[in-house]
Design a protein around this ligand. Structure first.
Ligand code: FAD
Length: 288
């Protein structure tokens, strides 16, 4: 399979990239790891006239943990780096753990956090983690800079808040308390496949021993990553124990209509969501 003809540009700075995008017509696409875009071009599902390669832009590859513990991750950070970089593993272990479930090492060596978020596959791990961590996504276009909260960024299957010619610059994940309880689990047909369902859970416990804050996020069940607010409500101000986790699991699907497709029925996804909510919460507590 061969892509349709396109013009190829290789800028080395963000400014140059935005100029390239500005100078060309509507049909400009950014190339990150190419793990989703190149197959789409080969199948001619995507036929950009101009391809702007982001691989030469060093500014987009930076990782910084600031004085408050917030993690700034450049859009061109490879998923393999998220998995193996010790500073990320310490600063946000949930992110490092979930990244291991993305495809295979060869794909993680090329695929980037920016590409995964911009592509917005509803079963992808990173969008779910970014939502679970209340992250902020920074965007820049030839005419403006802005940031969008993860909860507003994902808008449907392969649809995000990114406008035409807008470049995803970085993601900022708020500081992660060391004493936080967390787990990520997913069910896929084979190791390395996209998840049929995945769940990321975390909770904090206050001095009285009760859950003070919690997130339960599912991937693969809807047209975008979703917070399972029914489950979160069952955790709020409760003692962390198996009875609480069971109640949260039973509430996992409230307000959610799981997807039905060729990979799995809605009933199957509902059942797996419940099981994964219970297991992630128990695993989080046991690990803590
Ligand atoms: P690209 O393919 O280069 O780009 C994807 C899209 O994002 C394009 O539209 C591009 O224009 C846009 N884009 C990229 N960067 C930017 C930017 N900075 N600003 C604006 N737009 C941008 N993913 C998972 O999450 N879980 C899996 O289990 C999984 N399994 C896979 C299995 C296979 C066999 C393959 C081939 C891929 C799999 N993937 C999986 C997808 C993989 O993670 C991709 O790397 C990812 O979805 C896209 O990242 P990329 O860097 O390759 O982006």
């Amino acid at each position: 399979m061969k892509p349709a003809k396109f013009k190829y540009l290789y800028p080395s700075t963000i400014e140059e990239t935005l100029e390239c995008a500005f100078d060309h017509g509507e049909d400009v696409r950014f190339l990150a790891g190419g793990q989703s875009l190149v197959p789409m071009m080969n199948f001619r599902v995507a036929t950009p006239e101009v391809l702007v390669d982001l691989n030469g832009i060093r500014e987009l590859q930076k990782i910084l943990i600031d004085d408050t513990g917030n993690i700034h991750i450049g859009a061109m950070t490879r998923t393999r780096t998220l998995e193996t970089d010790n500073s990320i593993g310490t600063a946000n272990p949930l992110l490092a753990e979930a990244t291991k479930h993305i495809a295979h090492v060869q794909i993680r060596n090329r695929g980037t956090i920016g590409g995964s978020l911009a592509h917005a596959d509803p079963a992808a791990e990173l969008p779910g983690i970014i939502l679970a961590c209340d992250a902020e996504i920074y965007l820049q276009s030839p005419t403006r800079s802005r940031s969008v909260a993860a909860k507003d960024f994902f808008q449907g299957v392969f649809v995000t808040d990114i406008a035409q010619k807008e470049l995803l610059i970085k993601v900022v994940i708020p500081a992660w308390p060391v004493e936080r309880f967390w787990a990520f689990l997913e069910v896929a047909r084979r190791e390395g496949d996209f998840a049929l369902v995945g769940v990321a859970s975390w909770f904090d416990v206050d001095k009285s021993g009760r859950i003070s804050d919690a997130r339960v996020v599912a991937i693969g069940v809807s047209d975008r990553p979703v917070r399972l607010k029914g489950a979160e409500a069952q955790l709020s101000d409760q003692l962390p124990n198996s009875e609480t986790f069971e109640r949260a699991s039973k509430a996992a699907n409230s307000g959610i209509t799981p997807t039905h497709d060729i990979h799995a029925s809605a009933e199957y996804r509902r059942e797996v969501s419940e099981v994964l909510v219970r297991r992630t919460l128990n695993e989080a507590w046991k690990r803590g």
